[in-house]
Ligand binder design. Structure first.
Ligand SMILES: NC(=O)c1ccc[n+]([C@@H]2O[C@H](COP(=O)([O-])OP(=O)(O)OC[C@H]3O[C@@H](n4cnc5c(N)ncnc54)[C@H](OP(=O)(O)O)[C@@H]3O)[C@@H](O)[C@H]2O)c1
Length: 258
């Protein structure tokens, strides 16, 4: 049985920690992102520390043909993907009508379209082998609308819905689909999404703890995993029963800068 994980967004943050955790367990990795040097540094680190094989594929997941290129690269290299971790993603702060639409379209491509494309491509082999694991990284943002990050929150809602639906379709097979929904995490995500100064990140979790939590949930075949118990309770047992206007106001407050 193979144990090769393809991880998108492996050059930093949660994705890099997932790669470290998988390699620690003896699994091979295919590291995908744009940052060539960071990916190669991680490849050397993991091969040296754990004696595993690491392949690097540099790709811009905002390009419409990214998933096809990545798939043909793994085919060419003869790599069987047993674990697919769709982790790459980014956000962006500001009122929707004031934001650069091109950035939001790239965000939708990375956070949703390429994730769906990769899942479709790699699921074919998993179905043939009746074996595989899929871990999609969404966010607690996906549980409600997000004024000041309208498109980002919507992309994460999409991922939560998509991931659960295919999990049900795959019920009874050897393949599972898990969606990880982290609260705030201290990574490059904050600066990349122009979120510096948003108080919500004052008490952010570490990427190591979030990666472990999501990876372990994937191994168990959990459907949805929220990394913090308090947030899990709020999102499932408090917010759904609040008036919609109050949820929107609270959500906007959460994204305001100091
Ligand atoms: N940090 C948080 O508070 C938080 C909370 C909930 C959910 N999440 C989710 O967690 C996931 C990982 O984010 P993170 O927090 O670890 O942030 P991060 O450190 O900024 O990592 C994001 C990763 O995505 C990659 N990426 C971004 N745009 C890309 C593109 N166009 N093409 C290829 N790769 C791209 C980046 O690589 P390159 O720049 O090298 O391409 C990087 O490896 C994201 O899906 C994010 O939405 C984060």
């Amino acid at each position: 049985m193979g144990n090769t994980a393809l991880i998108t967004g492996a050059s930093s943050g949660i994705g890099a920690e997932m790669a470290r955790y998988h390699a620690e367990k003896g699994g091979d990795v295919v590291l995908v992102a744009r940052s060539f040097e960071k990916l190669h540094a991680l490849k050397s680190e993991l091969e040296l520390a754990h004696g595993i094989k690491a392949a690097v594929i540099t790709a811009d997941l905002a390009q419409p043909d990214a998933a096809d290129s990545i798939f043909s690269e793994t085919e060419k290299k003869g790599l069987q993907i047993d674990v697919l971790i769709n982790n790459a993603g980014f956000g962006g702060h500001g009122k929707f009508h004031e934001r650069d639409l091109a950035k939001d379209k790239a965000m939708m491509q990375v956070n949703m379209v390429t994730l769906v494309n990769l899942t479709h491509l790699y699921l074919q082999g998993m179905v043939e082998r009746n074996q595989g694991k899929i871990l999609n990284v969404a966010s607690t943002a996906g549980f409600m609308p997000g004024p000041l990050q309208a498109v980002y929150y919507a992309t994460k809602s999409f991922v939560i819905s998509f991931s659960q639906a295919i999990a049900q379709e795959l019920e009874g097979t050897g393949i599972t689909s898990t969606v990880l929904c982290p609260g705030t995490v201290a990574t490059g995500f904050v600066t990349a999404g122009d979120l510096d100064g948003v108080k919500a990140w004052d008490n952010a979790a570490t990427p190591q703890s979030v990666a472990k939590c999501g990876y372990d949930a994937m191994v168990k075949g959990d459907l949805v995993k929220i990394n913090e118990k308090g947030l899990d309770f709020m999102l499932n047992w408090v917010i759904p029963f609040m008036p919609r206007k109050s949820v929107l106001k609270m959500s906007q407050k959460f994204m305001e800068k100091e």
